[in-house]
Design a protein around this ligand. Structure first.
Ligand SMILES: Cc1ncc(COP(=O)(O)O)c(C=O)c1O
Length: 325
């Protein structure tokens, strides 16, 4: 599982405790403090300009699962190797779901299209040109793009920082949503903290439904989110941890005959030995190492495995040694 194991930074835990006396209902739209932090962060880190809005979400899995319902999307495109919740969200709303490749040239028209850069499970990062092509598709078809950017903060050693679709949009955020999670960015998966940024019309629509449908982010979590978003130092520390783990595991896997593909950012090493994924999984299991078969993310991944960097430094070092040996 890609579940963080490094501690939640102490200053975030302290803020959660400080805000724990919370007798009243939290605001759907987020506290003033949180709204300010989200907007500042979106401008500074995502690079969004022009007219945009923000909205806190309970994690991002929950948003991903319910977005087709909230937007009443009847057709949903999602990547052919992908996080399974894009499909689940389409099924919840009885939408037609179809898998798509990277280039929008071959995409069918759909009310909602998911992209995920950096990708889970492949660690592939969209280039600016690829993001521009996605935006062009959205403009041509008047179609919503939801860009899942929960791994934006974790480039591999020597790789450029991945770019948000909202930066490429250059001030025209119509039909564009960036989906953000603090689970990995701030080791906050247990708090369930995320946000969306983008088209004010879309966000207003979602906000109005949420005011009555609930899915409120608890007030102490809102406070913790705000201080987390105001700080980038802890994110850079975490990025350095993942980069160091990637730098240990990647050569060990390569020496054992695996071909590492993509893996330019995010939380995973995506690799193949050109054999059935279960054979690679069994080979690792014989060494006491647990990884994920690629077909869990779509049939196209059935000769790949996903190795997560979400284990302690000591266990990653031990795993690299066992693989090398
Ligand atoms: C691509 C992707 N999106 C979204 C999520 C959901 O994260 P969370 O619900 O913790 O924000 C995950 C979790 O692993 C993920 O891999």
């Amino acid at each position: 599982m890609g579940t963080p194991v490094d501690p939640t930074p102490t200053f975030i835990q302290d803020e959660l405790v400080r805000a724990s006396n919370s007798p009243g209902y939290p605001l759907t739209i987020g506290s003033v403090q949180l709204r300010t932090s989200m907007r500042n962060w979106a401008e500074k880190i995502l690079g969004v300009t022009g007219d945009f809005d923000v909205l806190p979400t309970i994690g991002s899995k929950e948003l991903i699962a319910w977005l087709p319902t909230l937007l009443n999307s009847k057709s949903v495109n999602y990547p052919d190797i992908a996080y399974p919740t894009y499909l689940v969200g389409a099924l919840i709303n009885n939408a037609k779901a179809q898998t798509v490749g990277i280039s929008p040239e071959s995409w069918q028209k759909a009310d909602l299209t998911w992209i995920n850069s950096p990708s889970n499970p492949t660690g592939r990062v969209h280039s600016v040109g690829e993001l521009q092509a996605v935006i062009d598709f959205s403009r041509r078809n008047d179609a919503v793009i939801a860009s899942d950017e929960c791994y934006l903060n974790f480039p591999a050693t020597g790789q450029p920082a991945p770019v948000s679709i909202l930066k490429v949009a250059d001030g025209n955020n119509t039909n564009l949503l960036s989906v953000i999670s603090l689970s990995k960015r701030s080791n906050l998966a247990g708090y369930r903290a995320g946000l969306i940024v983008g088209d004010p019309k879309l966000i207003s629509h979602i906000r109005e439904i949420r005011k009555h449908a609930g899915m409120l982010v608890p007030a102490p979590v809102q406070s913790a989110m705000a201080v987390a978003l105001d700080d980038e130092a802890h994110v850079m520390e975490q990025a350095a941890r993942y980069a160091a783990r990637r730098d240990l595991l990647k050569p060990a896997l390569e020496a054992a005959g695996f071909i590492v593909e993509h893996t330019h950012a995010g939380l995973y090493v995506w690799c193949t030995r050109n054999e059935e994924d279960w054979d690679s999984i069994n080979w690792l299991a014989d060494r006491g190492i647990l990884a994920t078969p690629g077909h869990f993310y779509g049939e196209a991944g059935n000769q790949h495995i996903r190795v997560a960097l979400t284990s302690t430094d000591a266990l990653i070092a031990e795993a690299a040694q066992r693989i090398s040996a």
